[in-house]
Design a protein around this ligand. Structure first.
Ligand SMILES: NC(=O)c1ccc[n+]([C@@H]2O[C@H](COP(=O)([O-])OP(=O)(O)OC[C@H]3O[C@@H](n4cnc5c(N)ncnc54)[C@H](OP(=O)(O)O)[C@@H]3O)[C@@H](O)[C@H]2O)c1
Length: 338
């Protein structure tokens, strides 16, 4: 008989890869979905796994739903991946973001202590907790979050640490830097770029509008990063780990990698005013990428670069997929589905 896991936010990008990883290891996976979740997308994915994946309705803002699933599943491991995960949107809905990403975690911990005190907890913490902290950021860097998303996640981070130190819970924070895949939401800049460029190549879209092209991010592969989540819970003692590739690129560099992958022949108009920067299709002369200031965040995080020495040395985790490979996987997928 394998182990039981409970994943919140089962329809998210990471959950998809984590579910597959756990099923390969003979786990039974309980997944929490919302009433509004797109069931059809997940059904295709889980149809081959029979009753090894059990979907249950619930919401991070409804503690009674979490308790009910915990009592039924009696999980060995809980992966809290549910979140209002869009940093830009968190400025528009800060209170809701805090309710899901912070208060939801307080409720989850309290329910676990009561119902499954021996279960291990993985909390999806984030590099956004570091915000403007000097790169490269590691477990000893100071936290300087600059968004409602980052502050709510930092609240949750400390709740997890306190549960570990105060109540002896096996609770870990994974401070994950950006990680992407073909299942990333289209509102995130990487997927927005790959899907829009695929549509432009197919003549279904004229132009792509982006925000700050100078933002630097340490992008890894979601498939690699979910392995780190699982490894944290297999270690003999709970701890917090930075998970990152250690290589940063600008949004501009990511865009140019996708343009090269697409085969579009383009030229780039630089300007001292970032709002005037443009990319043109050299064959048609049309603008294919322009800047729209509405995509800028009220407070920008300029540079995130992770130092994941601790997890590499302690747990032996290593990223395998390069950014070039990731861009190619994402673009090819989007070209096929557009
Ligand atoms: N991807 C990254 O680069 C990254 C980096 C660091 C940390 N993280 C964190 O890691 C986790 C997984 O990331 P991801 O990229 O897989 O995110 P994602 O694709 O946006 O998935 C988030 C999931 O949370 C669910 N959710 C949202 N609000 C909820 C609520 N009130 N109650 C229950 N479920 C709710 C969503 O449900 P619906 O399907 O119904 O919308 C979605 O399935 C998130 O907590 C994210 O903040 C991600």
């Amino acid at each position: 008989m394998g182990q039981f896991a409970f994943i919140t936010g089962i329809f998210g990008q990471d959950s998809r890869f984590l579910t597959k990883h756990l099923l390969d290891k003979n786990y039974t996976v309980y997944g929490m979905m919302r009433r509004s979740s797109k069931l059809s997308a997940m059904q295709d994915f889980i149809k081959d796994f029979g009753d090894k994946v059990k979907l249950r309705y619930g919401d991070m803002t409804d503690p009674s739903s979490i308790r009910k699933i915990l009592a039924e599943a009696e999980p060995d491991e809980v992966y809290n991946l549910a979140a209002q995960s869009d940093v830009r949107v968190s400025f528009d809905i800060p209170e809701y973001t805090a309710e899901v990403n912070a208060t939801g975690v307080v409720d989850l911990i309290s329910a676990m202590r009561e119902i499954v005190p021996q279960a291990k907890l993985y909390q999806a913490s984030t590099s956004e907790c570091f915000g403007r902290s000097k790169p490269p950021q590691n477990e000893t860097s100071i936290f300087q979050p600059t968004s409602p998303y980052g502050t709510a996640k930092l609240h949750a981070y400390w709740e997890v640490r306190n549960a570990r130190e105060g109540y002896n819970m096996f609770a870990c924070n994974g401070l994950l830097f950006n990680h992407e895949s073909e299942y990333r939401g289209e509102n995130f800049v990487t997927r927005k770029i790959t899907s829009s460029i695929a549509r432009i190549v197919k003549g279904k879209q004229q132009c792509l509008s982006l925000g700050n092209l100078d933002a630097k991010r340490d992008w890894g592969s979601a498939q690699d990063f979910v392995k780190a989540m699982w490894m944290m819970l297999q270690h003999d003692k709970p701890d917090d780990y930075v998970v990152a590739t250690g290589i940063a690129h600008t949004v501009r560099e990511f865009l140019e990698m996708v343009l090269q992958c697409s085969g579009i022949s383009y030229w780039h108009e630089c300007s001292s005013d970032p709002l005037e920067e443009k990319y043109y299709n050299s064959k048609t002369g049309k603008v294919i990428v322009k800047i729209d200031p509405s995509f800028y965040r009220p407070v920008e995080v300029d540079y995130l670069l992770g130092d994941s020495t601790k997890i590499r040395n302690t747990l032996g985790w290593e990223p395998e997929v390069t950014l070039e490979q990731l861009v190619s996987i994402m673009y090819k997928h989007d070209f096929e589905v557009q």
